[in-house]
Structures are given as structure tokens and as C-alpha cells.
Design a protein around this ligand. Structure first.
Ligand SMILES: Nc1nc2c(ncn2[C@@H]2O[C@H](COP(=O)(O)OP(=O)(O)OP(=O)(O)O)[C@@H](O)[C@H]2O)c(=O)[nH]1
Ligand SMILES: [Mg+2]
Length: 1322
């Protein structure tokens, strides 16, 4: 009969006459039966409107496309609308998706008339099968995973009713990952997790042979149900449309799994088990029966009549234990036949289950105990992957055997097979994005924020150094050749679309498996070795090191591109990477998630992302308008699950690792909807969970979350804020910071719409309660907005909705828990799917409502990503706070603290000035006197520090709401005080020591000249003379370097760091602006020395709505400027050292005079920069008049090349004489340039006291000649400010005449030896 089938024509009527030869040899009266052959597969698909899609033409991306069906709630009116409805429902993991009945067919007809119109009904199984026949392999995988989430059985063997060819759906099930806790590991409390097809799970099959009055599918469902959890894995007769005759799905083998959760009292089976169910009469599907007998641990045969050919069941290759299940209540049942069959099939009595009169419950119990018996005996188990071979031999196709799948797998294996140790692989094969990219990111961040810049360091110089570091790292990056793994990866993604998709999926699967194994090993390892406290962070690091996914390959691709960008156009390495961005853009178009923010480096590879987006724009012929939707929420609150459910996408759900960074994914909008939705794509951005425990331990805790949130909200048209009952506060905090950050940014692209999704809502009915909560939430957000607005001087913003679009009534969604029950076997809660659908519909509908949602195309998105990320990176203050209230409280405390600090500085300055005066009047100031003063300094400092400490304690003792918020910063402020004390002490000490040190330093200079250099040269001379050897250049060079080291060492021990006025002023300004808002960047950018060179002009844009006009404000500013200038010149005239408190005075003058004058914040900053720029120049002048040892040291350093050149020649007597002349000239000219203070010319006549060292020694007649051509003397110049003290002297090697007027020759005692000159003082 089976063979006859192919010849029957679909839709044709056939009549069969059957008669038998009775005992008299005549045929009996024939029985005639006419039947109509059902439609074939093509006809069936045509009826469903799927004709053109047969053979895998329904792609995953077309199934996910947003079209008019996506948001239509219209029930299907005819068969053609059913597939879409079912698909939409299934993609939302709706357990009711299988309830398919067209509206016409829904008029339940319980009247006496005929049955309802059958042509509009269809068995759900047929619909599922039809879709599987049309779906491409990637959609098939998705269908299977959604069906499995709903706890539906999935196709194992997919039949084709026309060709009778079955296919093993191995690929379709490849991606199924499940977890369970078998009894064997229950005591561990650990779950076993794995890919189902690779797990050794015994399969138990259920088949019907001939007639059976027992409904197999329903029995199976009951078998898998317990009182807590009903199971509807298999479509059965009593379900909606389950009674409609099946047309194409006979011969289908479905499979469903049971997973225990390790609880003895509720688990139906103690170990996992797969349940296979053959649809239709097994007598007609021998191939399937044979396959099941070879692959299952047991086959339960449901049959009452047991007629026909049973040879398939006795095949030698069969492994399965056979069970016979009959119903004695059936009229076909015969005990004899049963016994006979058992004998033939060698089935023991205990494997025969005859349902007698007992009820179903008893019967199911018996069946269950039989299945348990099979599992507990630990039968030989065949993994699903191994079933492929059996299938091939049985003539069943295997979906993974298709050429493209095999090819994709090969490419993937070329990579995964080379991985032994993941951490090592990452270092060796993906070196660019790991440590190096992290270091680049850190350096880039530091360039923006300058957090590590120590007070007083030159910001510009630090930036240059960091820039240099980045270039070095980039150089290092492109020194590395493209690794083998990356070559294989680019090969893989360069294949045709289908091969590329297979390749990526295979690679993902293989990498997941490797990571899983690795994690398991680590778990065992960490179980064995007790972890030290605090080791969890390093464990987290280890886990990160051992995590490897596609995103790492894409990051590496990004880095390959980024580092090549800095190469010249014609470099091969640069040309090699030019095609990479379009490959990645293509992946985006295929619906593949691409990383926007690198989760590990917390940075965006901007050049790479820009290029990918540009190429994307080109690939879609500039039709790349995107609506950006983002989800944001605390870690593991189901964000990825929500997006996956809402859009049918496949973001990784945290069953092992969490989402890191932010991923973007594109969903196409169908042509018909493009003008309505005003976009061509919807971009979904999935983000890393906020408040992750790993980050909580680190300083950057708030910063990281706040940055990410600000970026993605700023980029989005719609942001879904995932709030669950437990973490409502955290989300509120983050939102405030985002609002706050927006206030501080110059440009924010759009006013994003914020939607709150309240997940895990236990009581959906408590509407009033929810409304109360909602109002409270909004009130709090409004309050925070007000605070932030005030802090940022944007008082016009008083409501959250001034910054973000939000309609409290329409933009709150309540979503119940995901799972219907708590067991592992729980299907998705229908309420969840429906609520998510409601959300999706509302979001898409809102695009019409919110007319002002601005759609951007990929290039605009790219531009804004750049701008926003730069703005985020430049913002360094607000992100450090938990929320705006804390930021506000912190600022208040800081402002107070600054006052205390200034009062401290002023007191210390007064003390310091007093001491300076004392020292300058003391002609005999000694080291012992200095020690006394320093001791007094320490006591004074302690006293002043105690005042700040006391203030701090009193502030915190108030214990009001403000101080409570900043308790965690108390220690920071304490440390600040200590730091301040230390810095002030050092600065005072240096300043007071300077005269003494300078004097000592000059002694050392003398020693260097008279002793060290002279000795060395004599020694060399002697050596040459005595031995008549000629030293080589190399010898001389090395001798010189040794000598130089000695010189520098001798000098350095006496150096006191020079006081850099500019840096000092800059750091005072930075700390001053910290208490104000945002614009510290202005200071970092402006070169203070260049500020205030021109007249200060008030600009209109600085002024708010003012009482005064521009000219009035200009006049006030001019007056302030004059006052400040005269303050500075007063200081300069007093000729003291620069002190930070001087700038404090200036700033105070400005603050006092400009208060409420309406200059505006930015204007005030520019005014302060102007005043301070002038001050810097003046204070510097003052300093340059006070030359010190550092100048001498610098001078000596400048002599190095000359000395070295000298050494390179053989220092013979004769040679010395010859070279000395030129050496004098050169050194003379250089040093003159280097040391003569501005305004002084060589020669004389400036009313200065000059100490001149005359020349003596073996070179008589050279140095000694007054004004001789090669003459050279050390001249000490004092600018005529009273008595000559050593610290106020400049050494002035002078090569010209000493006889100028006004120069006073005080003492001559210089000796000159071998061309080097030094000076003697007494
Ligand atoms: N009980 C319950 N579990 C849920 C719910 N939503 C998601 N889950 C589960 O919670 C786990 C985490 O879900 P994800 O969707 O990965 O959460 P996420 O917020 O994206 O996580 P991160 O990316 O790590 O921040 C998964 O195992 C989900 O199945 C829910 O409503 N109730
Ligand atoms: Mg996630």
C-alpha cells in the first residue's frame, strides 16, 4: 500500500473494491470504498499562501521583518493568513500560537446542522510542518528554539508527504541548550547544562501500529505532566483544531524532552529523557520505525490489532527495548494475537501493558514506571549527533549534510580545532583587541579626563605623552601580522551569504561549547581550591579571559582596521583591510548583532564603527533611515530575553555570561511600512546590565554605568527602561545622571522617548497601586531634574519631561514573569508574550503618535555616535555620582571644603612670607636656622590642618539628609587634607631651602669644574702621554659617559624642583572650577600663558536675560581687570616667590566683583582665564629674576655636546691648544645665549654687580687676555638688587671684553685648566 501511494493523484477520487474468496471458491460480495486523495505538499502550501516559499525560501530575516502583520491584531480570516499569525505568535514565544482557527471557522456550531466548514480549518501540526518546509535552515533553528521555550515538541524527522523522504532535523536542533539537575548530581545543587544534540540523553519512542484506541499524543502529554505543571508538548485531538484530519504530517517524528530539577518529590523522571512520537500509522512508515528502533532506548508500540508485517521491529540492528501497549476495551483487541506477537517480537510479559478498565491516571502511572525502569537501567544511549549516521543508512536525509552547511562548518572548524587553551589562543591569535586595545582605550580616556594627572603636571605635556603612547601601541599593533585564525575568520565571512551564515553559526556553537567546557573545568578547579577573600575579582577576570565569542573576532577585525588606518595609503597592510568594514556591514544587514561599545575596554572603536556604518549606508543605496530602540536595566533582569521575545532576535541570554558593552542589530522594515514608520530599519541596541556585581567592587562603578546609559539614551529614539520591583532605585539614579549629563552637554541629538517596563509584576490587577507608584516615580524624577538643572544653571528645566519624552499614562508597561511556573519544564507564560506584544505594538504605533521622533540615517547615527561619545568621555565629574542628589550634596560639601582650604592657604602664605622676609634680612642664614623654621612650619601646618579636620567633623556631625548622602566621600576629603598638608609642606621647604641649596649647589659646580672634570682630563692626558697610546673614539665616548654620570649625580642631589608658575596656577584654577560646573575642559584646552594677551571683550552669547547691557558688563569687567592687574604688580614689586594663595586672592576678587552681574558662567571662566594668564606672565618674570641652581644645572646640561666633542679628540697638549680656541668661542656663544637674562647684553653697563673669574693656569695668554678672541670667563651677574647673595646669581660665561663700564670686578680667582674654567669665591 505504501508503494502504491506515489501514483495517486492529489485531489482525485479513488474507489477500492475488496472481496475475499470464500470457502466455496467464489469471491464474496465486494466491499466498495471511495476516497479522495488529499492534496500534495505543493497544493497544501498553495492553500496557505506559501507556495512560492517552498524549499527554504522563507528566510529568518524576512520572518523578522516588521510588516503590516507585525502590529495587526486582526485574527486570521482565511488559511492564507494563518502562517503569519502563527509565526508572529511563535516568535513572541506565545504558548497559544498553536491555537489556529480562522474567524469564520470559530462560530462553534453545536446545532443539529452539518459540521462547520472544514476548508477553513487545518491541523496545527500541518501548519507547523508547512512552515518547516518553507523555512530556511536558520529560521528552522529559530522555530525550534521558540517551540522549545513554549515546551512544544519539535520535529525530529520531517517527512515529505509527496516524496516519502524524511529529513533528520539535526541542524534545526543544534542551538538548543538546556539545563537540568539529574538525581545523580542533585546533592551538588549544580545544574548540568548543555547542547541537547550533544548530550547523552536516552530517547523513548512512541509509535502506533495499525489501530489503537489509545491516543498516543495525549497519553504522552499526560506522561509528562504532573499536578503542578500540565504539559502540552504534543498536539492532540482535544486541542483547538487538533481534531482536524492531518494532511501532510503523517510520518512526522516529533521529540520533546523531560528535564528533572533534582527534586525527588516533583520530578517525574530522575534523569533527562527524550520522548519521540511518530505521527500516523507506523505500518506505513517503516523507515521511521526502523530509525527509532535503532536509536531509542525503548519503543512503546501502541496497537490493538497487531496485524501486518512487523519485520522492521525484529531487525538485528535494533537496540531499543520493545513494549506493547494495548487496550483490552478495543473491539480489535485479541489476547491471542497479542501473545503471538509478543512471542514473535520476543517481548517479555512485563513489557506488555494492557489497559483494562482502569482509568487513565492508573494507566499513565504504569507507563511512567516502565519508562523510569528503562532510564534507570542506564541503557546504551545514542546522542542525537550520532543518530545522523543511522539516518543516512536508513535512507533519511540529514539537514546538516547540505553543501553550504558542510562548508560553513569546515571554515569554523579551521578556527575552533586550533583552540586548546582559550586564554592562550586569545593572546596569540587575537592579540590586537586584548591588552593593547585596553591600554589604548585607557590612554584615550586619560587624554580626555586627565584623572591621573598629578597636581602641577603640565596638562598639554601629559596629553602629548599619552598621544605618543597611543601611537606606540598602534605601531605595535600593526607590527603583528594578521593571525591565522583571523585569516580563517575573514575567509569565512567572505563566503556567499548562506555559507557565511552557516559559518558564523557553527563558529558560535563551537566557541560556546569550548567556553562551556572551560567554565566547567574552572568550576571544578575553584571547588577544589578554597578561594581567598577578594579573589572573586580575579576569578571574574579569569572567566573573562576564558570567554570567547564571535564578538572577540569582530573586535579583532575592528582593531585590524583601526591600526591600519594610521598607515600610509599605499601600505599593503592598509589595503588588506579595506574590505573588512563592508563585510561587517553585510553581517549587520543579515541581522547579526555587532558590538558598538566594547564591553571589556569600555570604548568604541570609532574609526571602525564609522566605516561600517558608512558602508552600510552604501550597501542599501542610502536607504538607511533608522529608528533606534534601546533597552537599559539592571543586570540579569531579562533585557536580552525581552528583546528576543519582542523581535524574534537572538541576543545571548545570560545562561553563562552576561551581555557586555552594547550591541546593535538591524531589523528590516517592509517596503509597505517604510513611509508609515518613517524608517527603513529598526536598530535595536542591547546593553550590558547595569550595577553588575563585578563592577560594584571597583571605583569606576557608577562611571561605567552612567557613561553607557548616557550614550545609548542619547542615541536612541526610544529607550526601554527595564525596571523590576527590586531595582527601581538603581534605575532612577542612573536616569538622573543621564539627565544631568544631558544638561552639561553642548549638543544632544534628540529628546529621547523613555518607556518604563515593569517586569515580573506579580499582581497585574493592582492598577491603582501601580498608578501610585508611577506618580511617585515621576515626582522623584522631576525633583532630581530640578536639582540637576539648578546645579547646571539650567533652571528652566523643572520636569523630567523637559529633557526626555515620557507620558506617564502611556509609557508604563507591566509585564508578568517570563515562565509559567518555577520548574525547568515551565513554558513561557502566555501573559508575558502577550504583554511583550502589547509593548511592541505600542512602540511601533507610537512612531505615528510622536511626530517629532526624528529619524536618522546610518550616517547621521554615525555622526551622533561620534559627538556623544566624545561628550561622554569629556565629562568627568557627574558620572562619578550615584545620582543627582549625591552630586548636589557633594558639590555643597566641596564648596565648603574649598573655603576651608583657602583659609588654610592664606594662613600658611602669611606665615611663609613672614619667614621669607626674615631669611632675606638674615645675612647669615644657616642650615641649623632652616631646621628650626621647618619645625615651626610643621607645627603651624598641624594647627591649620586641625582646623579643617574640625570643620569636616562638624559638617558631618550635622547628620542631615545632605551629609548622609556624602558619607562615603568623607574619607576622600580627609585624604585631601593630608595631601594638601604634604604639598604645602614640601613647597614651603623647597622655597626656604632654595637659598641654602643654591649656595651648596654652586659649591658643587665648582667642585665639578675644579675637581671632577679637571681630574679626568689630566688623567686622560697622562695616560696618552705616558703610554703614547691613542684612545679610540669609543674609549673616549665611554670615558665621557662615565664622567657625565658622576657630574649629573653630584648635581642632582642638590637640585630642588623648579617652581612652575603656570602649572601651579592651572591646578588652582582646575580645583576652583570643580565646584562650578562643566567647563574645566576650557582650561585644559587653553594655554594659560597665551590668555589675556588682548583686551578682554564681553561676548553677547555669554549674557543671559540681563538687567545690564553688554557695555555695562564690559565696564565692570574692565574695572575688575584693572584691580587684578594692580594686585599682581604689587606682588611682583614685593619680589616674593609665587604662592597658590595669590591666585586665590585674584579669584576671590573676581568672584566678589562679578557676583550677580550677569556675565554668565562661561564668561566668568574666560574672565578668570584672562586675569590668570596675565598673572602667570608677571609672576614668571618675577621668578626668572630669581635665578637658582636649576638654571646652573640646565646650563651644565647644555654643555654636554661640547664637552663630549672635546673628549672625542685625543687630549694631547698640542691638540688641546688648537681646539681650545674654537671651543671657547662655541661654548661662550652658547652659554651666553642660554644664561643671560633678557635685557642684558654681553659686555656691560647695566648697573649690575658682576663677579668675574680671571683666568690662570697652563693656558696663559689665552684666557687671561682681556677681550682676547678666545677669552672666556665665568661671570656672575647680579641684577643690582642690593647685596649679592649666591642664590640670586646667574653664572655667565662671558667670552667678550670685561672692560665695559659699570661692571664691577669683585674678585678674580678663576683657574683655567685644559680648556675648562671655574671660579673661586671666598
Ligand atoms: N524568573 C524569571 N526569569 C527571567 C525573566 N526574564 C528573564 N529571565 C531569565 O533570567 C535570565 C537572564 O535573562 P537575560 O535576558 O539574559 O537578562 P539580561 O538583563 O539581558 O542580563 P544581562 O545582559 O546580563 O544584564 C535568563 O535565564 C532568563 O531566562 C522573568 O521575567 N522571570
Ligand atoms: Mg543581556
Amino acid at each position: 500500500m505504501e508503494q502504491a501511494r506515489p501514483n495517486l493523484q492529489p485531489g482525485q477520487d479513488y474507489t477500492i473494491n475488496v472481496s475475499t474468496v470464500v470457502t466455496n471458491g467464489k469471491p464474496s460480495k465486494p466491499i466498495s470504498k471511495t476516497f479522495r486523495v488529499g492534496p500534495g505538499l505543493p497544493e497544501f502550501l498553495a492553500a496557505l499562501g506559501l507556495k512560492d516559499l517552498h524549499g527554504g525560501k522563507l528566510t529568518l530575516s524576512s520572518a523578522l521583518e516588521i510588516n503590516s502583520n507585525t502590529i495587526s491584531e486582526k485574527p486570521a480570516e482565511n488559511l492564507k493568513e494563518l502562517p503569519h499569525n502563527f509565526l508572529n505568535g511563535l516568535m513572541l514565544a506565545n504558548v497559544n500560537a498553536r491555537n489556529i482557527r480562522c474567524v469564520q471557522a470559530q462560530n462553534h456550531d453545536y446545532s443539529f446542522s452539518d459540521d462547520s466548514n472544514e476548508s477553513d480549518t487545518i491541523n496545527p501540526l500541518d501548519l507547523i510542518l508547512a512552515l518547516f518546509h518553507c523555512a530556511d535552515p536558520f529560521l528552522q533553528q529559530e522555530l525550534v528554539s521558540k517551540m522549545s521555550m513554549c515546551q512544544f515538541a519539535v520535529p525530529l524527522l520531517l517527512p515529505n508527504c509527496d516524496t516519502q523522504q524524511s529529513t533528520l532535523m539535526l541542524w534545526a536542533m543544534r542551538d538548543l541548550v538546556k539545563k537540568f539537575r539529574p538525581q545523580s548530581v542533585a546533592s551538588d545543587k549544580a545544574f548540568v547544562q548543555g547542547r541537547i544534540v550533544e548530550k547523552a540523553i536516552p530517547m523513548v519512542s512512541f509509535v502506533r501500529l495499525g489501530e489503537s484506541s489509545l491516543a498516543t499524543s495525549q497519553t504522552l502529554n499526560k506522561l509528562l505532566s504532573n499536578p503542578h505543571q500540565q504539559n502540552y508538548a504534543f498536539v492532540h485531538h482535544d486541542m483547538e483544531c487538533g481534531d482536524v484530519p492531518r494532511r501532510i504530517s503523517d510520518g512526522l517524528v516529533e521529540v520533546s524532552w523531560y528535564f528533572p530539577c533534582g527534586k525527588g518529590n516533583t520530578d517525574i523522571f530522575t534523569e533527562p529523557v527524550a520522548m519521540a512520537n511518530l505521527r500516523g500509522d507506523g505500518m506505513l512508515f517503516k523507515t521511521q520505525i526502523s530509525f527509532l528502533c535503532q536509536t531509542s532506548a525503548a519503543v512503546f508500540i501502541f496497537s490493538d490489532d497487531l496485524q501486518g508485517d512487523l519485520s522492521t521491529l525484529t531487525n538485528d540492528r535494533n537496540k531499543a527495548k520493545l513494549f506493547l501497549v494495548s487496550s483490552s476495551q478495543s473491539e480489535n483487541f485479541s489476547m491471542e494475537t497479542l501473545k503471538e506477537t509478543c512471542r514473535k517480537l520476543n517481548i517479555r510479559d512485563k513489557n506488555v501493558i494492557v489497559k483494562k478498565r482502569q482509568n487513565n491516571a492508573e494507566f499513565v502511572k504504569t507507563l511512567r514506571s516502565c519508562v523510569s525502569g528503562v532510564i534507570e537501567k542506564k541503557p546504551a544511549v545514542m546522542k542525537m549527533v550520532d543518530m545522523a549516521e543511522v539516518a543516512r543508512q536508513a535512507g533519511i536525509e540529514v539537514d546538516e549534510d547540505c553543501g553550504e552547511c558542510v562548508k560553513g562548518r569546515r571554515y569554523a572548524e579551521a578556527i575552533s580545532n586550533s583552540i586548546d587553551d582559550i586564554a592562550k589562543f586569545k593572546v596569540q591569535q587575537l592579540p590586537l583587541h586584548g591588552k593593547m586595545w585596553k591600554e589604548i582605550s585607557q590612554a584615550e580616556e586619560e587624554m580626555y579626563r586627565m584623572k591621573k594627572t598629578v597636581k602641577g603636571q603640565d596638562v598639554k605635556q601629559c596629553r602629548a605623552l599619552l598621544q605618543h603612547k597611543v601611537s606606540d601601541l598602534r605601531k605595535k599593533q600593526h607590527q603583528a601580522d594578521i593571525s591565522e585564525a583571523m585569516t580563517n575568520f575573514t575567509d569565512g565571512i567572505s563566503q556567499s551569504r548562506v555559507v557565511r551564515l552557516y559559518f558564523l553559526k557553527w563558529l558560535k556553537i563551537q566557541l560556546d561549547n569550548l567556553c562551556h567546557q572551560n567554565r566547567e573545568q574552572q568550576k571544578t578547579h575553584s571547588h577544589r581550591i578554597p578561594q581567598a577573600k577578594g579573589a572573586s575579582a580575579s576569578l571574574a577576570d579569569q572567566i573573562a579571559n576564558c570567554t570567547l565569542g564571535l564578538e572577540h573576532f569582530l573586535r579583532e577585525l575592528g582593531q585590524l582596521y583601526e591600526c591600519a588606518c594610521s598607515l600610509p595609503e599605499d601600505k599593503r597592510a592598509k589595503q588588506q583591510v579595506q574590505h573588512l568594514p563592508s563585510l561587517c556591514a553585510q553581517m549587520l544587514l543579515d541581522g547579526f548583532p555587532v558590538e558598538l561599545v566594547d564591553g571589556d575596554a569600555a570604548n568604541i572603536p570609532m574609526k571602525w564603527i564609522s566605516e561600517v556604518l558608512t558602508r552600510l549606508h552604501q550597501l542599501v543605496d542610502s536607504k538607511s533611515r533608522i529608528l533606534v530602540m534601546t533597552v537599559l536595566g539592571v543586570q540579569s533582569t531579562g533585557k536580552s530575553t525581552l528583546l528576543n521575545t519582542m523581535f524574534g532576535v537572538q541576543f545571548a541570554v545570560s545562561s553563562g555570561t552576561s551581555t557586555r558593552g552594547a550591541f546593535m542589530l538591524l531589523i528590516r522594515v517592509s517596503e509597505e511600512l517604510r513611509s508609515e514608520l518613517k524608517c527603513d530599519f529598526i536598530m535595536i541596541i542591547n546593553t550590558e546590565g547595569l550595577k553588575s556585581p563585578e563592577l560594584a567592587a571597583l571605583d569606576i562603578n557608577y562611571e561605567h554605568d552612567n557613561e553607557l546609559a548616557t550614550l545609548v539614551i542619547g542615541l536612541s529614539d526610544i529607550t526601554i527602561i527595564n525596571i523590576s520591583m527590586e531595582n527601581n532605585t538603581e534605575m532612577k539614579d542612573i536616569l538622573q545622571i543621564v539627565v544631568h549629563a544631558f544638561f552639561r552637554m553642548k549638543e544632544v541629538p534628540k529628546k529621547p522617548r523613555c518607556v518604563f517596563v515593569h517586569q515580573n509584576m506579580p499582581d497585574m490587577a493592582a492598577y491603582e497601586n501601580n498608578q501610585r507608584e508611577r506618580t511617585k516615580l515621576m515626582d522623584q524624577l522631576d525633583e532630581m531634574t530640578r536639582i540637576a538643572g539648578k546645579m547646571e544653571r539650567k533652571e528652566g528645566n523643572t520636569k523630567f519631561t523637559d529633557v526626555m519624552k515620557h507620558d506617564s499614562d502611556k509609557d508604563n508597561f507591566y509585564i508578568p514573569a517570563l515562565w509559567n511556573g518555577s520548574q525547568l519544564m515551565a513554558p513561557v507564560n502566555a501573559g508575558y508574550s502577550e504583554a511583550v506584544y502589547g509593548l511592541k505594538k505600542s512602540l511601533l504605533d507610537s512612531v505615528h503618535v510622536y511626530d517629532d521622533i526624528e529619524m536618522n540615517d546610518a550616517t547621521e547615527f554615525n555622526k551622533w555616535t561620534n559627538i556623544l561619545w566624545n561628550a561622554v568621555k569629556s565629562e568627568k565629574d557627574v558620572f562619578n555620582f550615584k545620582n543627582s542628589m549625591v552630586a548636589d550634596a557633594y558639590n555643597a560639601l566641596r564648596a565648603e571644603f574649598e573655603k576651608w582650604v583657602w583659609s588654610f592657604r592664606f594662613s600658611m602664605r602669611n606665615w611663609h612670607c613672614e619667614k621669607e622676609k626674615l631669611i632675606s634680612e638674615d645675612g647669615d642664614f644657616s642650615t641649623s636656622k632652616l631646621a628650626e623654621i621647618l619645625h615651626e612650619a610643621a607645627t603651624t601646618l598641624n594647627k591649620e590642618v586641625a582646623v579643617i579636620d574640625k570643620n569636616l567633623e562638624e559638617y558631618f556631625a550635622k547628620n542631615d539628609s545632605h551629609t548622609l548622602l556624602v558619607q562615603e566621600y568623607k574619607e576622600d576629603f580627609r585624604n585631601s587634607v593630608r595631601r594638601l598638608r604634604r604639598e604645602t609642606e614640601i613647597s614651603i621647604e623647597n622655597s626656604l631651602k632654595r637659598p641654602i641649596k643654591s649656595r651648596e649647589g654652586i659649591e658643587i659646580m665648582k667642585k665639578i669644574a675644579s675637581d671632577i672634570i679637571q681630574r679626568k682630563i689630566r688623567e686622560l692626558q697622562g695616560k696618552c702621554k705616558g703610554t703614547r697610546t691613542v684612545l679610540t673614539d669609543k674609549d673616549l665616548e665611554s670615558e665621557f659617559e662615565k664622567l657625565w654620570k658622576v657630574i649629573i649625580y653630584n648635581l642632582s642631589i642638590n637640585l630642588i624642583p623648579a617652581q612652575d608658575v603656570c602649572k601651579g596656577v592651572q591646578s588652582v584654577l582646575l580645583s576652583h572650577f570643580k565646584t562650578n560646573t562643566g567647563h574645566a575642559e576650557l582650561i585644559l584646552q587653553s594655554n594659560l600663558q597665551d590668555c589675556g594677551l588682548e583686551k578682554f571683550t564681553v561676548i553677547k552669547q555669554w549674557l543671559g536675560k540681563n538687567r545690564r547691557n553688554q557695555q555695562q558688563i564690559q565696564d565692570i569687567c574692565d574695572a575688575v581687570n584693572t584691580e587684578c592687574e594692580s594686585f599682581v604688580s604689587g606682588k611682583v614689586q614685593r619680589n616674593a616667590c609665587y604662592k597658590d594663595a595669590d591666585i586665590g586672592d585674584l579669584l576671590q576678587i573676581i568672584d566678589k566683583r562679578m557676583k550677580d552681574q550677569g556675565l554668565g558662567e562661561e564668561g566668568e571662566i574666560y574672565l578668570k582665564l584672562h586675569v590668570c594668564g596675565h598673572a602667570v606672565r608677571e609672576f614668571r618674570k618675577m621668578h626668572s629674576h630669581i635665578g637658582d641652581l636649576n638654571d646652573h644645572a640646565a646650563y651644565l646640561q647644555s654643555l654636554k655636546p661640547n664637552l663630549q666633542a672635546l673628549f672625542k679628540r685625543q687630549p694631547t697638549e698640542e691638540a688641546w691648544r688648537m681646539w681650545r680656541g674654537s671651543w671657547f668661542q662655541r661654548v661662550g656663544a652658547d652659554t651666553q645665549k642660554a644664561l643671560v637674562p633678557k635685557g642684558l647684553k654681553s659686555g656691560a653697563g647695566y648697573g649690575q654687580q658682576v663677579l668675574v673669574g680671571g683666568l690662570e693656569g697652563p693656558q696663559r695668554g689665552v684666557g687671561g687676555q682681556k677681550g682676547g678672541a678666545g677669552g672666556f670667563q665665568w661671570v656672575v651677574v647680579n641684577e643690582g638688587r642690593g647685596s649679592v647673595s649666591m642664590d640670586s646669581c646667574v653664572l655667565w660665561p662671558h667670552s667678550v671684553s670685561l672692560s665695559g663700564s659699570g661692571l664691577t670686578l669683585l674678585r678674580a680667582g678663576c683657574s683655567c685648566s685644559n680648556g675648562l674654567f671655574f671660579m673661586h669665591y671666598t
